[in-house]
Design a protein around this ligand. Structure first.
Ligand code: AVI
Length: 342
């Protein structure tokens, strides 16, 4: 893929990665058409995150059952000083899918030697909200937000040029990538960050399926609303006529693929119109909306190695366990051979 030029958004200080990508609405319509026409109906989870979906996700993070955010925040708070010791003077912190940059402050507080922070997100609104507060609270830090699809290839802004770079990808979002997409993302992050870089990645670890299922099917029904918001979003943006009450939320553990899955299950035979197409659902038919892969330490180290990264340090939280990996590019040899990682 060719590098994409950057253009500033008027008056915001936010830089937008430009390129020959389809407009957001066009790809949503095309993905809905393709996903609902498939033999096994499915939709990409990235479409969960419109304004309503992002608010529901924040609410999920506050439920008793969804441990991922709490465990990772506590872990980061405990190890931020240790992480910071290995961040060189003047380094740039580059966050992929930064959202509200909530966990970033733990690193910024622990590593005053950082010269700049580049939050990258597909949502200009989220970047705007987060950047103002950071500029106020860290006056010596250059904050250079970028609107981009962080899974693609783009060039970092000038403040990160010629500086050591620390990539940051918390939240277990890597688990939402399917098949070789996780490897492709890690490869492209390696290209974007360059060889004098490190990457911190937050990963959810395999645990008791009952714990996992509760986290993705909370008792207040917030995750169910998050899942069904995808149908409401199709109604709002693509002229759909989904009745969310005609679908049940389903969260299941797929042991063979080591992942949690979310589905919407049709409660009856029904016909739905959306994105200019007409789609038949049989009673009990599933629409697959999300995979959330869970890893052992060895599994994730192997995945990172496939993408040219070596696991240098691994921190694990108290139960329910999540992990934070510090990866460095493999330069002709791995510091911790994946086969020797427990
Ligand atoms: C954003 N992502 C890491 C969440 C996850 O755990 O896969 C999304 C989510 N889906 C349901 N609950 C939370």
């Amino acid at each position: 893929m060719k590098p994409i030029a950057s253009k500033p958004q008027a008056g915001t200080g936010i830089v937008e990665a430009a390129g020959a990508q389809p407009a957001a609405g066009e790809s949503f319509a095309a993905d809905v058409m393709a996903g609902l026409s498939a033999r096994r109906k499915q939709l990409p989870p990235k479409y969960f995150y419109d304004a309503a979906g992002s608010r529901l996700f924040e609410e999920i993070c506050r439920t008793d059952e969804y441990y991922v955010t709490r465990s990772e925040t506590t872990l980061l708070r405990n190890v931020a000083a240790e992480i910071a010791r290995d961040i060189p003077d003047g380094a740039a912190l580059v966050e992929f899918g930064s959202g509200e940059s909530a966990k970033t402050r733990l690193l910024l507080d622990a590593a005053p030697q950082l010269s700049s922070y580049v939050p990258i997100d597909i949502s200009a609104d989220a970047l705007c909200g987060a950047s103002g507060g950071l500029t106020r609270d860290y006056p010596r830090l250059i904050v250079a937000p970028m609107v981009a699809d962080f899974t693609g290839h783009f060039r970092l802004p000038a403040c990160a040029e010629g500086r050591p770079r620390m990539g940051f990808f918390p939240g277990s979002t890597i688990g939402n990538f399917d098949g070789d997409h996780a490897v492709r993302f890690l490869r492209s992050a390696r290209q974007v960050l360059g060889i004098h870089a490190a990457l911190l990645v937050g990963v959810d670890l395999i645990k008791d399926p009952a714990r996992l299922i509760a986290a993705y099917d909370d008792s207040l029904g917030v995750t169910a609303r998050f899942n069904k918001n995808l149908l409401l979003r199709i109604n709002r943006e693509l002229g759909g006529d989904f009745d969310p009450e005609a679908f049940d939320h389903l969260a299941l553990w797929n042991a063979a693929q080591s992942r949690m899955e979310m589905h919407l299950v049709s409660r009856k035979d029904q016909i739905v119109n959306a994105a200019g197409g007409t789609f038949a659902f049989r009673k009990g038919e599933r629409l697959h909306t999300e995979n959330s892969h869970k890893f052992s330490v060895a599994m994730f180290a192997r995945l990172a190695a496939e993408a040219g990264w070596s696991a240098i340090k691994i921190w694990i939280s108290d139960a329910p366990q999540v992990a934070m990996f510090r990866l460095e590019p493999v330069l002709g040899g791995s510091a911790v051979p994946p086969s020797e990682i427990p």
